[in-house]
Design a protein around this ligand. Structure first.
Ligand SMILES: Nc1nc2c(ncn2[C@@H]2O[C@H](COP(=O)(O)OP(=O)(O)OP(=O)(O)O)[C@@H](O)[C@H]2O)c(=O)[nH]1
Ligand SMILES: [Mg+2]
Length: 326
């Protein structure tokens, strides 16, 4: 899958690294807690040779699905599909898993998963979310990935609020070997964003990724600040930011839904990074988020290292969600 939303890096850059074959393995391992809960519950519905699909079975199936974090709409959708396709017949476990997986995959595929890229000039990505969701780490992972692909990356340390934030991103930039624009603590984050976008444009960087301070979706003054940051970026680079990525912590479960609700319009989000799926049994929460908001998941965080980032692949994700615990 192309990382960028354009034809293919491979055709333009034959030296671009190929997609890692380990992505499914990585997602599967990271989603183990989620899949363990779900697969075991679904498996428990089975007696032996397959189950007769009747009202009673559909009720039990619905109860299992609703217990997962997939949400009521998806639980109903799957129950109705199994009812329609199999009523009064026997359905076996694997058949059912593949239907569930298909329904989830189709939902998650909507909107595409590639990162939007500027037609010309630098691609500017603004990263937002609540405190501690994984923004700065995700920026480091993303910067690492772009750098590995041969892109010139500039970071903007737009979290001027938290004392150690600038230092944290600076350390990442040194590890990755990319440049960074910083200002002192307490500086206007809009100024940092403006300067970063300007430098990216003037010095022809390929990608500029701008960090922001964590904030709650209910803090309207801070949400307005994000709007201002977006606007100043656009003054230097037309049509920027090309992506506003909302970083959600997968362990937040249903809270992630209120975060998506609060941030999506107020911050003009264009996609989600689902961080920390390695530590969560609630990875399924991405399904209702996709259904309720027009926000495709673009990337998933699988751990704390800079290589622990995967391009979101709906099929691999749906399969991993339902994988048998090992
Ligand atoms: N296991 C795991 N930990 C993660 C992942 N992403 C981030 N973390 C950890 O989560 C913690 C918070 O990450 P940060 O990137 O600093 O979060 P932030 O959103 O920038 O936080 P603030 O700037 O304080 O709002 C750190 O300890 C990270 O190592 C992930 O995908 N998996
Ligand atoms: Mg941070």
């Amino acid at each position: 899958m192309a990382f960028w939303n354009k034809k293919s890096d491979a055709t333009e850059n034959p030296d671009a690294p190929q997609k890692s074959s380990g992505i499914f393995g990585g997602i599967r391992a990271a989603l183990q807690k989620t899949s363990q809960a779900l697969n075991t519950d679904i498996r428990d519905l089975w007696k032996s040779q397959g189950e007769l699909v009747d009202d009673e079975f559909l009720k039990r199936l619905f109860a299992v699905l609703i217990k997962s974090d997939m949400g009521g709409d998806m639980a109903r959708q799957i129950r109705d599909r199994i009812g329609k396709d199999f009523r009064a017949r026997k359905v076996d476990f694997s058949e059912m898993l593949s239907i569930i997986s298909e329904e989830i995959r189709e939902t998650l595929e909507q909107g595409g998963t590639a990162i939007h890229r500027a037609q010309s000039g630098p691609t500017v990505i603004l990263v937002v979310g609540v405190n501690g969701s994984g923004k700065t780490t995700s920026i480091a992972k993303l910067a690492y990935k772009f750098t590995q692909e041969g892109q010139r990356v500039l970071l903007g340390a737009g979290d001027t609020f938290r004392a150690a934030a600038v230092e944290q991103l600076t350390i990442w930039s040194q590890r990755i070997g990319c440049d960074i624009v910083t200002a002192g603590q307490g500086a206007d984050p809009g100024v940092v964003a403006y300067q970063a976008a300007q430098k990216a444009r003037d010095e022809q960087y390929d990608v500029c990724i701008i960090d922001t301070a964590g904030r709650l979706q209910t803090q309207s003054n801070l949400m307005q600040e994000l709007d201002k940051i977006r606007r100043v970026i656009g003054k230097n680079v037309p049509e920027a930011p090309h992506e506003v990525l909302l970083v959600l912590d997968a362990t937040a479960g249903q809270n992630a839904i209120s975060q998506a609700r609060g941030f999506s319009d107020a911050a003009g989000c264009t996609g989600i990074v689902l961080a920390k799926i390695d530590g969560s049994a609630k990875g399924g929460v991405i399904v209702p988020i996709r259904q309720q908001f027009d926000l495709p998941v673009k990337l998933v965080g699988l751990g704390e290292q800079m290589s622990d980032l995967a391009v979101f692949e709906p099929e691999a994700f749906a399969n991993a969600l339902l994988a048998e615990p090992s």
